[in-house]
Write a protein that binds this ligand. Structure first.
Ligand code: NOJ
Length: 716
């Protein structure tokens, strides 16, 4: 502690010294971040100045040409390099590509997610970069939104805990800076349409969305990125309330705030709240933004606004201080202890592949199994489907396939385990046949598609089991790819139906960015495995899982939709009293948040409280014994929910309070305990004041989000 204090006093002194020497141009230069794919001539001009604070999307081999002019500049402040390494350093050839955040969230395993951050940080740092634009702490609640795959799902507690875990992993040993994004309510954009106004209230933000950012601030995340959008008509980019009063002051975030891509220009041209860039700079900087991403006209406009006296130097100094502080923490300022950078050989090394395999295995969720799984030693397997051998669909967003300007270095690994490759390896080449069957495309795909479909059906007919790999692809998933209908597109359902007609063992494996409506498809499947975007090792992990060499332990961090247009279907909604259903769609969710099957069979005792009563400042322990009543070792995620039984404000039907993932050997039992502080059972009142009620509280314990054990607590 004493050391940290001494270190920060030393850092602040160093920053004071630098600030006292800086010109306005040098200060504003630090606040500018430019992109590798901007106009090449302009980029070159800025690069040669040597005073630009940061560049993004530059890959390792190119960094030196940006560093050299900076080192030669008057103050010699190095730029900081940011990269969208959001599930591994996936824009670099040979780097480890992890499952997407959504897939990783299915592990419900903080240590594993932290490890994923640590591995990514090592590979990013070994590549000479400093800053990852991750994690996404937005909530995945509107399945139309294109970026569901980037979230940790729909629940506040899960997003907060896994978010803090990955931040810890990234920032371990100060290797890279993490960036919690997108602040805030980005996932709530109207209609699921990217960057639209978010129709949520401040109370809603506080109840559901803010906690992950508080957890990030507590984990000392070095930066936060603002959302594109707005709340109640006020763009976040100009909201002093949300950026300074709440994020920096109330949540105690002392890192830097970077805008998202071109947010400043959007104030003038998209959102129409500022007359020109000078006004935009003034409003944005005064609101609390420290660094401007991409919009290069920011540089001249901000300098002009400072010179005109529209922006006080104190605001600029505060931003520059935050930027230099981050550079100091990463050892980028002269005189500060430098990071110990890992050698390049760590990129994609065997140890990292092993971590990746573990994440992929723990993130697969078994949604349905009528007994067909595990397949064991079947004689022949037909691997069918549009996503059986499609690396782009399996990787998901923010890899080479979706990068706006793929760099020759940014190509995927040669060795990626698609489902086809995994099944071939696990079941033996000779036993496996393959046919694609159809493409994932809306509309009629013509005669060729009939032929492809017939081939797939013939392939399925000749095999003992059909593994049908379906889902979505990048055209319908990722930033700017919102969809009105989260469905299995093209002829995928027809493919399943025809395969089922000729083979009585159909295992569907989903490779997709988000939950899709399965109501019709599931009738043609004997088993369903969800992998989302599972990264390099997905195919191997899934093949071993379906064979039975491994056991399933993943749970859903997000609910599946009951039907097209039935959403939002997230589990923790308010109570309803007019049925809460649609007349045309069965509104019972077979695959809700928390759900996931296993080859083990877990039996839960009734939960027991350490006391039936507690004070508002007190605590209580909830215990439950879980028995693995099968002959297969397994992992179970034990979930604790609560409900304030009667409250002056509406509160959710239940809310996840805690979870623990435990290993339970075959035939063994484990008692899982949760220590609950009564202070955590509160809600925000109509004035957004956090309050804990006296009265009855219900605790619910579950392993699947469907069956619940119950206990009651009286708070006095
Ligand atoms: C836009 C995205 O919204 C954000 O998540 C990303 O980090 C930046 N662009 C940089 O690529």
């Amino acid at each position: 502690m004493a050391n940290t204090a001494a270190r920060s006093a030393e850092v602040e002194k160093k920053i004071d010294e630098i600030l006292s020497k800086m010109t306005i141009e040098e200060k504003v230069g630090q606040m500018q971040q430019l992109a590798a794919n901007m106009d090449a001539a302009k980029l070159d001009e800025y690069r040669k100045m040597g005073t630009i604070g940061s560049f993004l999307h530059v890959l390792g081999n190119d960094t030196q040409k940006y560093i050299e002019p900076a080192e030669k500049s008057r103050l010699g402040i190095k730029p900081i390099f940011g990269i969208d390494a959001i599930h591994g350093h996936a824009l670099l050839k040979g780097a480890t590509v992890f499952p997407s955040q959504l897939a990783a969230a299915c592990t419900f395993d903080e240590q594993l997610v932290e490890k994923m951050g640590e591995v990514t940080a090592k590979e990013v740092a070994a590549d000479g970069l400093d800053w990852v634009f991750s994690p996404v702490l937005c909530m995945g609640r509107d399945l139309r939104w294109g970026r569901i795959d980037e979230t940790f799902g729909e629940d506040t507690e899960v997003v907060a805990r896994l978010g803090a875990a990955i931040i810890k992993g990234y920032q371990k040993d100060g290797l890279v800076a993490a960036c919690a994004k997108h602040y805030i309510a980005y996932g709530e954009a109207t209609g699921g349409r990217d960057a639209y106004d978010s129709q949520v209230t401040e109370r809603r933000v506080r109840e559901v969305l803010l906690k992950p950012f508080k957890a990030a601030a507590d984990a000392e995340v070095m930066s936060v990125m603002t959302a594109y959008g707005s709340i109640d008509g006020k763009p976040f980019t100009t909201s002093r309330k949300w950026l300074t009063d709440i994020l920096k002051e109330e949540l105690g975030f002392n890192g830097l705030i970077v805008t998202d891509w071109d947010n400043y220009k959007a104030l003038v041209h998209g959102q129409r709240v500022c007359e020109d860039l000078c006004e935009a700079c003034k409003d944005g900087i005064l609101a609390g933004n420290d660094m401007c991403m991409y919009t290069d006209v920011f540089y001249n406009a901000a300098i002009e606004a400072v010179k005109n006296g529209e922006i006080p130097m104190s605001a600029i100094d505060d931003s520059v201080r935050r930027i230099l502080r981050m550079k100091a923490r990463l050892g980028l300022l002269d005189g500060m202890p430098a990071r110990k950078l890992p050698p390049r050989s760590v990129i994609g090394c065997a140890e990292h592949v092993a971590v990746n395999y573990e994440v992929a295995k723990e993130s697969a969720v078994l949604l349905k199994n009528n007994g067909v799984l595990p397949l064991g030693d079947v004689k022949s397997v037909a691997v069918i489907g549009p996503n059986a051998d499609d690396v782009g669909a399996q990787y998901g967003d923010w890899t080479y396939y979706s990068h706006p300007n793929p760099n020759p270095q940014a190509t995927p690994k040669d060795e990626v385990y698609t489902l086809l490759k995994g099944v071939r390896e696990v079941f033996g080449d000779a036993r496996v046949t393959y046919a694609k069957g159809c493409v994932i495309e809306d509309g009629d795909c013509g005669a060729d598609s009939d032929k492809a479909m017939d081939e797939a059906v013939a392939c399925a007919k000749a095999a003992d089991v059909a593994v049908v790999v379906i889902g979505d692809r990048l055209k319908y998933n990722g930033e700017g790819k919102d969809v009105a209908q989260p469905i299995l597109r093209g002829r995928q359902i027809e493919l399943l139906k025809r395969v089922k007609a000729v083979n009585d063992k159909v295992v569907a494996v989903l490779v997709n960015g988000k939950p899709l409506v399965l109501s019709e498809a599931e009738g043609y499947c004997d088993a369903i495995v969800e992998t989302f975007n599972g990264g390099d090792m997905c195919g191997l992990a899934a093949a071993r899982l379906i064979k039975g060499e491994e056991n399933f332990g993943g749970k859903l961090p997000i609910s599946f939709p009951c039907g097209v247009g039935s959403g939002p279907d997230y589990y923790n909604q308010y109570d309803y009293w007019h049925g809460g259903r649609y007349a045309d769609v069965k509104h019972e969710n077979p695959y809700p948040f928390g759900f996931g099957l296993s080859y083990s069979r877990f039996e839960y005792s009734a939960p027991v409280l350490s006391a039936g009563k507690a004070k508002r400042d007190g605590a209580v322990r909830v215990s439950v014994t879980v028995k693995n009543a099968s002959d297969v070792d397994g992992k179970e995620t034990v979930q604790l929910y609560f409900r304030d039984r009667v409250c002056k404000m509406l509160t959710p039907v239940r809310k996840l309070l805690d979870f623990k993932k435990v290993f339970i050997g075959a035939g063994e039992s484990k008692t899982v305990t949760f220590d609950v502080a009564v202070a955590d059972l509160g809600y925000y009142d109509e004035n957004c004041v956090y309050t804990v009620d006296a009265g009855a509280f219900d605790f619910y314990v579950s392993g699947d989000g469907i069956n619940f054990g119950h206990a009651e607590l009286i708070v006095e």
